[in-house]
Design a binder for this molecule. Structure first.
Ligand code: GDP
Length: 297
């Protein structure tokens, strides 16, 4: 591993929680993320998030921040975990109140539990006449997830992602959960983090969305991710604004890599391009060797 040294306690400052929404298809994940994105509660910035870059940061009226991972499906969560990147601090499990606890709901719960990520339940579509949140809570209780208003330890919030009912309360509960985690980072060190998405853009070349977990990433830094590297030429946030730097729990698309790293790859900042090249060469060689080995089996 590269520059993974521990931070001194006095260098650490609070950072925003990084939150993933997971649930069964059609239970409202997209609607919830869209609602939060469009109504970003900070005054004057409503609807300001115009770009789908795979992660975005919102500011609540209380002035506190939450970073949402906004990737299609919870495959990204699984892929990242499989690659050893624990990017999510808290999981919102969304369940439609006019449906049942479905296989993918259970899968999402299992993923979060296996990763040791605290869960907040969002019981969605309560605006629908057929909605029965109690039935969902009963189902959760039967799985040993007793929600708070039933005397249990799991936070849950009835919401309508479509109408925005209960969403602010949900986010407050997420922040409450985050407080208990005491999340901190050191903005004054070279950045490390994860690749959220990457692609080849016709006009701009390779584009990657990075989420910083620690440190600060600057334009001009040499980023190494998987078997790719490059000097950051430009960074854009979820408002499509050019930014010069991003700190812990912030995401941006970066230009300048020599390829498209895999979602879930961790990234590090290197001192020189030569160093980055040497490491990617080694990694490529390892991959080739492993490929040969698996072919033989
Ligand atoms: P996803 O597959 O989990 O991302 O689900 P979507 O967000 O795409 O929602 C699936 C369908 O449910 C869409 O037709 C949404 O408009 C609808 N939907 C989502 N949330 C609500 C809600 O709170 N109330 C109602 N009535 N419909 C909703």
């Amino acid at each position: 591993a590269v520059n993974e040294e521990e931070d001194d306690e006095e260098d650490l400052v609070p950072r925003a929680p990084i939150v993933t929404v997971m649930g069964h298809v059609d239970h409202g994940k997209t609607s919830l993320l869209d609602y939060i994105r469009k109504t970003n509660v900070i005054a004057g910035e409503a609807g300001g998030i115009t770009q789908h870059i795979g992660a975005y940061n919102v500011t609540l009226e209380s002035g506190r921040h939450i970073t949402f991972l906004d990737t299609p499906g919870h495959e990204a969560f699984t892929a990242m975990r499989a690659r050893g990147a624990q990017v999510t601090d808290i999981a919102i499990i969304i369940i439609a109140a006019d449906d049942d606890i479905m296989p993918q709901t259970k899968e999402a719960i299992n993923h979060a539990m296996a990763a040791g990520v605290p869960i907040v339940f969002a019981i969605n579509k309560v605006d629908k006449p057929a909605a029965n949140p109690d039935k969902i809570k009963e189902g959760l209780a039967a799985m040993n997830f007793l929600v708070e208003d039933w005397g249990g330890k799991y936070q849950s919030q009835d919401i309508s992602a479509k109408k925005g009912i209960g969403v602010e309360e949900l986010l407050e509960k997420v922040l409450l959960e985050a407080e208990m985690l005491d999340l901190k980072a050191n903005p004054n060190r070279k950045a490390t983090g994860s690749i959220i998405e990457s692609s080849l853009d016709k006009g701009r070349g390779y584009v990657a969305t990075v989420l910083v977990s620690n440190g600060t990433l600057h334009v001009g830094d040499i980023v190494l991710a998987g078997t790719n590297y490059g000097r950051v030429k430009a960074m854009f946030n979820e408002r499509n604004q050019r930014v010069k730097e991003i700190g812990p729990a912030q995401a941006a698309t970066i230009l300048g890599l020599n390829g498209a790293p895999t979602a879930g790859d961790t990234f590090h900042v290197m001192d020189t391009e030569q160093e980055a090249r040497e490491i990617t060469n080694k990694r490529e060689q390892l991959q080739r060797e492993q490929g040969l080995r698996t072919q033989k089996i």
